[in-house]
Design a protein around this ligand. Structure first.
Ligand code: SF4
Length: 725
């Protein structure tokens, strides 16, 4: 069995890893090697690729691939079956459980790795046909706090800026973001801009001294969990030191009084803020003054902000500073959520979270539910938000959810308190997994395995962190019996007796998604709010050929009524109209609060988790490349040498790190970038690579009350020597 090229000419497609969404050209050469180069014409990367992107060709092979549908037999062994048998098993199993226990007894858990069309169909099936919103996504774990923060401030989940604004800015502030490793091409663009304009400032706010700090003019090593104090302090400073943009605030915002009163109450004294944040007060004041003095400021933020039990407030405390200084809606300025996954943004467009509906509509809005149901002509609309990721797996463990279909993700490794996932999947009546590989920690619990197409084999769209929709295109034939995810979901839906899942191809799925956004933006009486921003009006009605030729474009996408010209949008809020009913942006009061669990005698250290440069998620793809493995060959526990001395562990030796929720084993290292009292462990390694290697097993499952995003950056742990190294 082998794969053949669909074309020997380089196919333009999009890198499947991080949210930068770089364009690549890929082709299988005569010797079977897959050549990958950066696409010079793609606006995200202009020909550049990072080490992960340039190694893509080394990660596409059939080793370990799931090539045929499989069903577990009475002895627990997975047996190859026909597609018909597998689809009947899934559709029949879901139908039976729904009939016995109701629509909320089944769930889908999907992924920011899915293409927008896959995501759209999965949400349509659950929310419009099964009649339950119990569909959540691993994007809950990375950017849902940004979504909630955007909705509070802007009335809709909107990222105001473009990558180009990073280059136009006179100061880039990166908060909780190791951009150099996690979004390398964005970092290269910042580095190039700084090389061209040495006066441009880069400020990094991060408890760790990461690779990103190497380029920084200032690193504020803020104490983990204190970001709101720091940005409330900045808001107070801007308000009282002449940096308030009164004209903008008066005309285009509301809520300043309450938000500023809260900021002033705890954070008006920079010395007190510096004490709480554990940063040098002179550095803090220098940062505040720089922000006040610099017109073009971008504040980029990522997981260090989002992954917190106060994540949404952290996001709003950042946005508040841009609103009070009027630094939004113009070139080179604005708050900027840097998305982790390749299609986290596309998932948001189609309502990929349990509390959202397609086309940026809300499940808890009756008018929005009616709008979507009318458009779909669907029989059973979910009437309330579903369970978010942590609650969803808790409900499986509690027996309230009896069937789960997991697509393109590995929650046994990536979820917090991952042992709950293990117990939940062990007792779940029906576990279905759609995946490209067979042997993952999660798939070991599947009753049915469905082979999905992977990168290079599937067709559709993804949307990157700057709202740019790009095509992923197939350049390889499908291996074995693998099928596109959207097609698999449609096949199950049709077997469950539902209409509305008969599509002529992936272009027809995209068209329905685009038409729904256009329908939503039609007469105000339909959706009740004519000011909503997300809009793909200009992309409706594309033929298959036009869809195949679609060039990268940023939404909202409009079409001129007279000329028919289609236009994307680089920057939002240029007209200073926001999506709240009164057209104004909202200041949000953000009373500071610390992490949910603090270190104590039993668990005296604070665990922070994150990525390494050359691996992606649970390594099912990047783990195949020896070149990528060379960078960091195994998991590690990074800690301060004095903490290592204190707790009796040695650099290079194995240590067991434990929390109230679980434990893992890895080797101790001292990178020099960790403050005393903290440890850092990467997220990538699983029990497939070594036993007790999942850091998710340790992470506390506390979530932000609004976004449901877990606190991956702050879990109290202890450490001890583990056996002989
Ligand atoms: Fe791929 Fe991200 Fe690297 Fe670009 S920066 S090549 S999208 S991993």
């Amino acid at each position: 069995l082998s794969q053949a090229p669909l074309s020997t000419v380089g196919t333009k497609t999009t890198c499947p890893y991080c949210g930068v969404g770089c364009g690549v050209r890929a082709a299988m050469q005569a010797d079977g090697v897959i050549a990958v180069t950066g696409d010079e014409l793609h606006p995200a990367n202009k020909g550049r690729l990072c080490v992960k992107g340039s190694a893509l060709g080394e990660t596409v092979d059939l080793d370990g691939r799931l090539l045929h549908p499989k069903v577990r037999d009475a002895d627990g062994a997975l047996q190859r079956v026909s597609w018909d048998a597998a689809l009947d098993k899934v559709a029949g199993g879901l139908r039976d459980i729904i009939d016995r226990h109701g629509p909320d007894s089944v769930a889908l858990y999907v992924s920011g790795q899915l293409l927008t069309e896959d995501y759209y169909i999965a949400n349509k099936l659950m929310k419009g046909y099964v009649g339950s919103a119990n569909i959540d996504t691993n994007s809950r774990l990375c950017m849902s706090s940004a979504v909630a923060g955007h909705k509070r401030a802007f009335g809709e989940d909107l990222v105001p800026v473009s990558y180009e604004d990073l280059e136009l800015a006179d100061m880039v502030v990166l908060v909780g973001s190791n951009t150099a490793w996690c979004h390398p091409i964005l970092f290269q663009r910042i580095a190039k801009a700084k090389e061209n304009r040495p006066e441009m400032k880069l400020i990094v706010i991060d408890p760790r001294r990461t690779a990103t700090c190497e380029l920084a003019d200032m690193h504020l090593p803020v104490k983990a969990g204190t970001d709101v104090w720091l940005f409330n302090g900045l808001m107070s400073f801007l308000a009282h030191r002449g940096a308030r943009d009164n004209a903008f605030v008066d005309a285009h915002t509301s809520g300043l009084g309450e938000a500023l009163a809260i900021a002033d109450a705890d954070c008006a004294d920079p010395h007190e803020v510096a004490r709480i944040c554990k940063v040098d007060v002179n550095d803090l004041l220098a940062f505040y003054q720089l922000f006040a003095d610099t017109e073009k400021v971008i504040t980029g933020f990522s997981m260090g902000v989002n992954q917190s039990s106060a994540g949404t407030d952290k996001v709003n405390s950042i946005i508040n500073c841009h609103l009070i200084s009027g630094r939004i809606g113009k070139p080179g300025m604005g708050p900027f959520s840097i998305t982790g996954q390749p299609n986290a943004m596309g998932g948001r467009e189609v309502g990929g979270l349990a509390n959202m509906l397609a086309a940026h509509m809300d499940l808890d809005n009756a008018l929005h539910r009616d709008t979507v149901q009318t458009f779909w002509g669907s029989p059973h609309m979910a009437d309330k938000p579903g369970l978010k990721a942590v609650d969803l797996f808790n409900a499986i463990e509690a027996g309230r959810i009896k069937a789960v279909w997991i697509m393109a993700t590995n929650p046994m490794v990536s979820m917090p308190d991952a042992n709950v996932v293990q117990r939940a999947l062990s007792k779940c009546e029906l576990v279905v997994a759609s995946d490209i590989v067979e042997g993952t920690d999660t798939n070991a619990f599947a009753h049915v395995l469905l082979p999905a197409l992977g990168w290079g084999e599937k067709d559709g769209t993804v949307t990157n962190s700057e709202r740019r929709i790009s095509r992923q295109r197939a350049f390889l034939t499908a291996p074995g019996e693998a099928r596109p995810d959207w097609q698999i979901i449609c096949d199950v839906a049709i077997r469950m007796g539902y209409r509305g899942f008969d599509f002529a191809g992936v272009h027809a799925v995209f068209d329905e998604h685009a038409r729904l956004s256009s329908y939503r933006n039609g007469p105000p009486q339909i959706a009740g709010n004519s000011m909503r921003v997300f809009n793909l009006d200009g992309l409706t009605g594309m033929s298959k050929q036009q869809f195949d030729q679609l060039q990268p474009i940023q939404w909202p996408v409009t079409r001129d009524k007279h000329s028919g010209d289609v236009t994307g949008t680089a920057r939002l809020f240029g007209n200073q109209r926001y999506a709240h009913a009164d057209g104004k942006a909202r200041f949000v009061a953000t009373p500071p609060r610390g992490p949910a669990h603090l270190p104590d005698e039993e668990f005296p250290l604070t665990l922070n988790t994150g990525r390494v440069r050359d691996q992606w998620h649970t390594m099912t793809r990047t783990g195949k490349s020896a070149r990528l493995a060379d960078h960091v060959p195994e998991s590690f526990i990074d800690m301060h040498p004095q903490d290592a001395l204190r707790y009796g562990v040695r650099e290079g030796s194995l240590a067991r790190i434990s929390s109230r929720w679980g434990a893992m084993v890895a080797r101790v290292q001292h990178s020099g970038g960790i403050a005393r009292g903290s440890v850092f462990v990467p997220i990538h390694w699983s029990n497939q690579t070594a036993s007790d290697a999942r850091v998710g097993a340790l992470v506390n499952p506390v979530v932000d009350p609004l976004s449901g995003e877990p606190e991956f950056k702050h879990t109290p742990v202890s450490i001890e020597e583990f056996g002989v190294s």
